[in-house]
Ligand binder design. Structure first.
Ligand SMILES: Cc1cc2nc3c(=O)[nH]c(=O)nc-3n(C[C@H](O)[C@H](O)[C@H](O)COP(=O)(O)O)c2cc1C
Ligand code: SF4
Length: 428
């Protein structure tokens, strides 16, 4: 059921001064969801998982998988340790929304982790945070300390027999460490190489033990689902992809920023009403809707398109992290895709040949075309390289590197051809 976005009240980053302080958070209803399940109503873990599953919180880290469903994959306890890894690596160009939760509402996220830990019988939560977020790591450490002091973390939480510990862990600048299995390698102190799946993390995760990985924003939604019910969550935005979303909007708009609004917002409302329109009243050349890895779409197809999985699928793209990049009519799309290709070439971990070599080839070819030195056949070569990379590697970075290139060549072919046509051949 859709709700009027203009009357929507933010719940993830509401406008409450000093909400990052634990006392303020408590005064505004904070930790009441945890109390509800542990003390007041004594929910069992299965009821928590079912409520979260029913809410259909689709993972906000990019893949959009139902969080409760993922939690239900954790095996029954066998006496050994079990882990939750909260993914705050946030290193994809165009994505900058989890930082707002660290900065403005860390206790909501901690409470979400605690509820997840209770539901999945987790012993320790690791919060993996992008290394460049130095200040936010400090803020999270302070929030975690305060939660320990108040008895929300540690042994015998709220006088019950539920115990869990929580730690932050800093990344060191590698985008690949946001990929869930690579994140676990990094947490274990190793080089951030993605693991082959199966086994999946729920079976064999951190230190070989059952582990669930969730994005920060995904977990921050959980206390609200427990307090208000799955039906409340599903009343926000479309049924197939409900709830509040942190839209991180950048590029050629007058008011870029992170805006919390219902899922399923029209792209044009986000640009024109929320972000005050395109700079200098220009037209729109292209949109990248959900971080640099999601396929770009042309500005002339966005009318009526909504920001949710189904809406974006209709125009051949993905919701990703809802980090939307807006490019005006003067944008050199070939140049943009060249830069994106450079990013993926730089960030490939190098384990798989199709990705290690393929990202390099994509960048080399894109650079050649961008310099005006490309030939028309290079466009076919780009697609051919993508065909040899997609679905043939350990992790999804290779696919992520291909999608912008493949879709840009197909959707903005005239721009690519215009650059190729500039090639001057020397005649002997
Ligand atoms: C190369 C790569 C980088 C990723 N980076 C992130 C990231 O920074 N943050 C994140 O939450 N998910 C990231 N993901 C997705 C994670 O692997 C995983 O799907 C996600 O953390 C699961 O959480 P969710 O189900 O709550 O979305 C990345 C995936 C890939 C392939
Ligand atoms: S696809 Fe690329 S980033 Fe992922 S494991 Fe293979 S080489 Fe590494």
């Amino acid at each position: 059921m859709a709700q009027d976005w203009k009357s929507f009240n933010p719940v993830l980053i509401p406008n409450i001064p000093d909400l990052a302080k634990i006392d303020v958070y408590e005064k505004n209803g904070g930790y009441s969801a945890l109390k509800k399940i542990l003390v007041d109503e004594k929910w069992d873990s299965k009821s928590v998982i079912n409520e979260v599953k029913e809410a259909n919180i689709r993972g906000r880290g990019g893949a959009g998988f139902n969080a409760g469903m993922k939690w239900s994959f954790m095996p029954e306890p066998d006496g050994g340790p079990r882990y939750l890894a909260a993914n705050g690596d946030e290193s994809e160009p165009g994505t900058f929304k989890d930082r707002k939760i660290f900065e403005f509402n860390p206790h909501l996220f901690i409470e979400g982790c605690l509820i997840a830990a209770y539901a999945m019988k987790i012993d320790a939560v690791y919060v993996y945070i992008r290394g460049e977020y130095r200040e936010f790591i400090k803020m999270m450490d302070k929030a975690i300390d305060d939660a320990y002091k108040k008895g929300y973390l540690g042994k015998g939480i709220l006088g019950t027999d539920f115990s869990v510990d929580m730690y932050t862990h800093s990344g060191a600048g590698a985008y690949i460490c946001g990929e869930e299995t690579s994140l676990m390698e990094s947490l274990e102190g190793k080089r951030g190489y993605p693991r082959v799946k199966p086994p999946f993390p729920a079976q064999k995760g951190l230190w070989g033990r059952p582990t669930t990985i969730n994005n920060i924003e995904t977990l921050a939604n959980v206390p609200h689902v427990i307090n208000n019910g799955a039906s409340w969550f599903k009343s926000i935005g479309p049924d197939s992809h409900p709830g509040p979303v942190l839209y991180g909007i950048s590029g050629h708009v007058n008011k870029p920023g992170v805006y919390e609004l219902p899922s399923g917002m029209k792209i044009t409302d986000l640009i024109n009403e929320v972000c005050g329109g395109v700079r200098n009243n220009k037209g729109i050349k292209a949109i990248i809707p959900g971080g640099a890895s999601t396929p770009p779409i042309r500005g002339d197809v966005i009318d009526g398109v909504t920001m949710d999985a189904d809406g974006l699928r209709e125009v051949g793209t993905l919701m990703g992290t809802a980090g939307m990049l807006v490019m005006d009519e003067d944008t050199d799309i070939v140049d943009v895709i060249t830069r994106i290709s450079h990013f993926f070439d730089h960030e490939s971990c190098g384990q798989c040949t199709p990705c290690r070599d393929g990202t390099g080839w994509l960048y080399k070819l894109m650079s050649r075309i961008n310099r005006g030195e490309g030939e028309m056949r290079d466009l076919d070569l780009l697609i051919d390289v993508c065909n040899k990379m997609e679905g043939r590697t350990i992790c999804a970075l290779a696919d992520a590197a291909c999608w912008p290139v493949r879709n840009a060549v197909e959707r903005f072919r005239e721009d690519f051809e215009a650059k190729c046509k500039k090639t001057v051949y020397a005649v002997a």
